[in-house]
Design a protein around this ligand. Sequence first.
Ligand SMILES: Cc1ncc(COP(=O)(O)O)c(C=O)c1O
Length: 506
Amino acid sequence: MDVVRRQLGENTRAVHLPQVPVPEQQPLGTPVYRTAAFAFRTSEEYASVLNDERPGYSYSRIDNPTVDAFARAVAALEGPNLPTWPAAQAFASGMAAISTVFLTFARTGAHIVASAATYGGTYSFLRNVAGRFGVETDFVDMTSLDAVRAAMRPATRILYAETIANPTTAVANLPALADIAHETGALFVVDSTLAPPVVCRPLEYGADLVLHSATKYIGGHSDVTGGVVTGRADLISRVRQVRVDTGGSLAPDEAFLLRRGLETLPVRVRRQCSTAMMFAATVSRHPGVRSVDYPGLPQHPGHTVARRLFDAGPEGVRFGAIVTVTPHGGREAGMAFADRLRLAQIATSLGGTHTKVSHAASTTHRQMDSRALESAGIDPGAVRFSIGLEDAEDLISDAYVALDSLGRPLGARWTSNARSGWQSSSAAGARSIRSPAPAPRTYCPPWIPPSTRSCPSASRGTAGGCRSPATPGGSRSAGTASCRRWTPWPRRGRRLLRDRAAPRAA
Ligand SMILES: Cc1ncc(COP(=O)(O)O)c(C=O)c1O
């Protein structure tokens, strides 16, 4: 062969380089097959691979080994307790996965029942794309089983839910919804993007297909887009066929990153869930907060279902790492709150190492009009936090400072040096955006241990005085409880936390 090669021209030799060796030993990292096409020994082999008569690869829109390695890895994480191993298909994005599933199983005349609180892109696809092909969708409150049952029709092909809804954090009662879907002969499809397989595995609760925007927790670093669908092999084979025809295939480089992301998924998500729990519990006590939606909070309507369905580790139940905070004051206050955060970044996407925020009504759910937002239970002021890997106390401090600032004039901004305080950038147009009934501004952050509290307002009683709830494990009784006056000072929360961790001798 080399003799022949030496006789060829330089261009030919450059193109026909020696073959890449196939190692005997398994590489620990995932090899990237960055190739669009594969070569065959014979036309017969080519034809039989194309016709799925023998395993193999022909063209990377159809199949690619790196992409398959990623898809199989997700299937392994989604189905460890199932009697038969699920199959999986990977896609260029979460929306490619979602649209392909609908295109596979819904045809003209089909009816879909989907969650009213579904991701905005899915909502838009069902309304604007599927609708044009004669597929009708009813958006219902997935937390009301009666409403779901009432919406099902003989023509319903798909019941579509999100394990944790984005951004309301409503939790789907997966086994009950699976029963409703199967009673009517529909498929139960679950978007579990916000609850990756170390939080919940919907196939184990009766889902027929589970999909993810792999862009989020699976990739985990906000540097790749991808999607994946897992489920029974016969269903996945139909999904693959439509993917091949529509072309939303994942690229090998992205597949490499996504598979690598899976290796740290449990470590990242466990930490993100713990931080989210602490963040939600603490921020919900700020008087400027109207509501905090997080399934880990006992008052959350989906708390009991989440406890039953979600995984637990030594750190406790993992309730996910999306926390939606709604300050008093509506849409304007929500946007201002997001703008005034300094650590959490206003950015698209979720599930990465950085904590990200988005004001849902104007960004991720902008496709919904006010009626759709209302029926989805999305408050116009809701700000979605995707908790990252930062220290919990820093994130809490950041949120407290931003919330405190909402009582300040609109247009006021932190200067680059936080210690120099507020600087109004438009004093003329300044006006308060706090809600009509502002909570008293004297309170203490709940991480201050009761023993160290010395609240000047405690002696005045609770009315107009300390509004701080008891810290977990601590107690607060009138007369004895006291708190420090919380000042909106960015480093203060951290210092207090440090003091708490290592109390000094009195
Ligand atoms: C729950 C959910 N599903 C699907 C998607 C779409 O994923 P992608 O952006 O990867 O297409 C998103 C994106 O934010 C999402 O939050």
